[in-house]
Write a protein that binds this ligand. Structure first.
Ligand code: SF4
Length: 80
């Protein structure tokens, strides 16, 4: 799965959301997250992000911090 990291905070671009074929981005007050169970790992969103906030979960922090945050908030926040 891909994850959204803190570079996304306050970014106003939504290009990633537009290209996702399975609509697995969710929007919170300050950033977007990706639902890890819905992401099909296609990778098309990664180059669309102007702040390089989207990365494969293999490039997450060593403790999997951002994967956990994406997973948690994807369940809480509304679909875009
Ligand atoms: Fe959507 Fe593909 Fe990005 Fe996953 S990798 S969030 S399926 S565009």
């Amino acid at each position: 799965t891909y994850i959204v990291k803190d570079e996304c905070i306050k970014c106003k671009f939504m290009d990633c959301v537009e290209v996702c074929p399975v609509d697995c981005f969710y929007e919170g007050e300050n950033m977007l997250v990706i639902h890890p169970d819905e992401c099909i790992d296609c990778g098309v969103c990664e180059p669309e992000c102007p702040v390089d906030a989207i990365v494969p979960d293999t490039e997450d922090e060593p403790d999997g911090k951002w994967l956990a945050i994406n997973s948690k908030y994807a369940e809480l926040w509304p679909v875009i």
